[in-house]
Write a protein that binds this ligand. Structure first.
Ligand code: MN
Length: 130
């Protein structure tokens, strides 16, 4: 069983994503804000972060950059979830240090396959520095 940190402000989405991850056999910790997510990621051991990009307050990409800047969470995989899959978004998301992304509405079969790849240490796309 892997421990996944889910950062998503929308309660319905949070429950839906969380339920899919739990059904796939994972332990899921759910939080509503990036600040709470960063705090938890620094304090506890997780195997993956599923990060909503659009969050009130600190947004998901800023949060990912913060995780990348700490030695504790530098190599913690981050899977971004975004409502807007527009041109340039993938580049922006990967440049922030995310390892992969899924657009809403989430196609769960593909999403869970991506989760499995990231948990296995794979990288969805290159784009992170050394
Ligand atoms: Mn959101």
């Amino acid at each position: 069983m892997k421990r996944i940190l889910l950062v998503e402000d929308n309660a319905a989405n949070r429950k839906l994503i969380g339920d899919h991850l739990r059904r796939a056999g994972h332990e899921v910790r759910e939080v509503e804000t990036a600040d709470k997510g960063i705090e938890l990621a620094l304090a506890e051991k997780f195997d993956l972060v599923v990060m909503d990009v659009q969050l009130p307050g600190t947004d998901g990409l800023t949060a990912t950059r913060l995780l990348r800047s700490s030695p504790v969470t530098r190599s913690l995989p981050v899977l971004a979830v975004t409502a807007h899959a527009m041109r340039g978004d993938e580049e922006r998301i990967l440049a922030a240090g995310c390892d992969g992304y899924a657009a809403k509405p989430i196609a769960y079969k593909e999403f869970l396959a991506l989760v499995a790849r990231l948990l296995a240490g794979g990288r969805e796309a290159e784009g992170r520095g050394p």
